[in-house]
Design a protein around this ligand. Structure first.
Ligand SMILES: Nc1ncnc2c1ncn2[C@@H]1O[C@H](COP(=O)(O)OP(=O)(O)OP(=O)(O)O)[C@@H](O)[C@H]1O
Ligand SMILES: [Mg+2]
Length: 262
């Protein structure tokens, strides 16, 4: 299938006081439209750097990030972002936080229309009735749900998430995976998810890309052929368990510790 997000031979080094620090070295990644790509790799290998390149906050030294046939060369409004600790404006209600991207991307959209769009999403993620609360009145899981709504409210070309569920307890995290699955069934956006959680990568991903240690390049790509309407139970089935073992082995190789005992 034709890819929508195409990352081709990307090299990137940070300038530091001790000279250049190569972080990405020949990274390739292809995500077809509407597909969900989960990216895993050793800590510090360059995953967050990759998100900055895809969102256009930085340009690669070499290679290209192409989105819908266009090279990404400056920050894009049509990207949605979600992070581990959602930054919410405390003086705004939840619904006012969710409509923020619309104020920037579609300033002429009537207020009622913006609110209807935000209400629709908030209700989809189980936050009906919380629209007028302040962020501090919500639990961490609820805030993350609201931040997912904010990330997709303007129907971005691509949603980039950098460990969005990392700070949540296990059960809340699994609930949010299912919320994510339901959102995608309703609005099939293209997605890049950075995660440390292999179960999360298999549950959510259409493909899982394993990066090498720093400087990172693509080490392995796993196609996850599990049903789209999967439930958490699928993770206990032999097919998923086999994938998890395989990914675990790949992470060990990426960490340069294959052969070592753990
Ligand atoms: N602005 C910067 N200037 C210099 N070095 C940086 C900068 N940002 C990141 N680095 C370095 O680049 C490397 C990759 O960082 P990055 O944050 O992309 O890794 P990561 O894979 O997201 O790590 P983690 O899994 O811990 O989140 C690290 O060694 C980091 O110290
Ligand atoms: Mg990171």
């Amino acid at each position: 299938m034709k890819s929508f997000l195409d990352i081709k031979g990307v090299h990137h080094a940070y300038k530091t006081r001790n000279g250049p620090l190569p972080v990405l070295e020949g990274l390739d990644l292809e995500v077809p439209k509407g597909e969900f790509c989960a990216v895993v790799g050793p800590s510090g290998c360059g995953k967050s750097t990759l998100t900055r390149l895809v969102s256009g906050l930085m340009r690669p030294d070499r290679g290209a990030v192409v989105l819908d046939g266009q090279e990404v060369s400056s920050p894009r409004k049509t990207v949605g972002m979600a992070f581990q600790n959602p930054v919410m404006l405390e003086w705004r209600s939840i619904i006012e936080n969710v409509i923020l991207p619309l104020e920037i991307v579609a300033p002429r959209m009537p207020r009622a229309e913006r609110e209807a769009r935000a209400e629709e999403l908030l209700s989809m993620v189980g936050l009906k009735g919380f629209e007028n609360k302040r962020p501090s009145e919500l639990s961490g899981g609820m805030r993350q749900r609201a931040s997912l709504c904010r990330a997709i409210v303007h129907r971005p070309d691509v949603l980039i998430m950098d460990e969005p569920f990392g700070a949540l307890d296990n059960f809340t995290r699994e609930d949010l995976w299912q919320t994510m699955r339901d959102l995608r069934a309703a609005e099939p956006f293209t997605c890049v998810l950075i995660t440390h959680d292999l179960r999360e990568s298999v549950f959510l991903g259409d493909q899982v890309v394993v990066l090498t240690g720093r400087p990172a390049k693509t080490q392995y790509v796993l196609d996850v052929d599990l049903p789209a309407d999967r439930t958490i139970d699928v993770l206990y089935e032999p097919k998923a368990v086999e994938m998890l073992h395989l990914l675990r082995d790949q992470i060990r190789i990426a960490q340069g510790r294959d052969g070592e005992m753990h």
